[in-house]
Design a protein around this ligand. Sequence first.
Ligand code: SAH
Ligand code: SF4
Length: 366
Amino acid sequence: MNGLSTLLERASARRHALSRDELVALLGLAAPGEIAALRAAAYAVKVRHSGRLVSLRGIIEMGNVCAKDCYYCGIRKGNDCVGRFELDEEAVLRAVRRNIDLRYGSLVLQSGEIASEKHTAFIERILRKIDELGGGAIGVTLSLGEQSEETYARWRAAGAHRYLLRIETSSPELYAKLHPADHSFERRVDCLRLLRKCGYQVGSGVMSGLPGQTLDDLAGDILFFRDLDLDMIGMGPYIPHHDTPLGRDIPFTPDYAADHLRLGLNMIAATRLFLHDVNIASTTALQALADDGREQGVLAGANVIMPNITDTEYRRSYQLYENKPCLDENAEQCRFCLERRLAAIGETINWGARGDSPHYAARLGE
Ligand code: SAH
Ligand code: SF4
């Protein structure tokens, strides 16, 4: 690509400095030398904002019961092949204590989408217990789907700091192809606004490499992140699941893995170069495509990793996509493995720190 180094210099010097077409050009890079330059520039911006440090959040997969039917997801309501589970309070708190012992500093509670007073109150109780167990020092992220403003406000008051709700794609047309008619794009965007209003650090993101998705759609996603002034980005490659309408006929081949890994990493790098000071997660889906996918994500500009701390017995029932890694390694094994892997790329774990988004601090200070 002509002028790549000038473009990367401009993007590194100032956030929001790229046009939509320039984002498309970066996302489409495929030559090894050009990809290396893109990743190196994005990594330098990451180091400028968060050092050679990676912040961890232990993720607790609380249950796979879901009211929704997203066409891509392995735990969608319509998938009869999956046995359903919900962790009880004691099992969740066991994982919370594990997170504290492992000194991960933050945790994420994630599950399928459930909207009921019983569930809202259950989460509230868990949040209060986490606050007690961690002496108020643990960063708590929720990833529990679309809820009412009242529910978001109650969970925030009970101690949650951050919320992750991926928009999945910022193109309403593509969104409509990936979801049944009663799943509303506008409602999802409204939820992101409500979360901001309720005082959360707000995170969103998309899947890359979806059938029918173009590079221009992905560039639009990055502009959407800017327009919503997000604090955190969680993106990952789309990985087919064979018990879903979208993934049924997509073969998961080595070429699929290589292409989708490259695109996922380009997306992280372009997002880092455009937004600069947000937290960006290097997600497990990258690791499903390559053993060292998460480390590659960090070297492309991500600064957060979310190791699984759910009891291993439940992990097989929480497969949003196939080929999910680390189904059998327990949390302690994952901790050592991750520490070793990150040390090998010259990164250190930000032990015990909440690792809040620098962008959130900046926008509160404005
Ligand atoms: N139910 C909540 C949280 C759990 S799903 C919600 O939907 O917000 C978490 C994320 O998993 C989704 O946002 C989606 O982006 C991702 N996901 C689902 N199926 C996937 C697949 N086949 N490949 C990659 N990511 C997937
Ligand atoms: Fe449910 Fe989330 Fe999967 Fe959609 S992506 S079916 S909301 S768990």
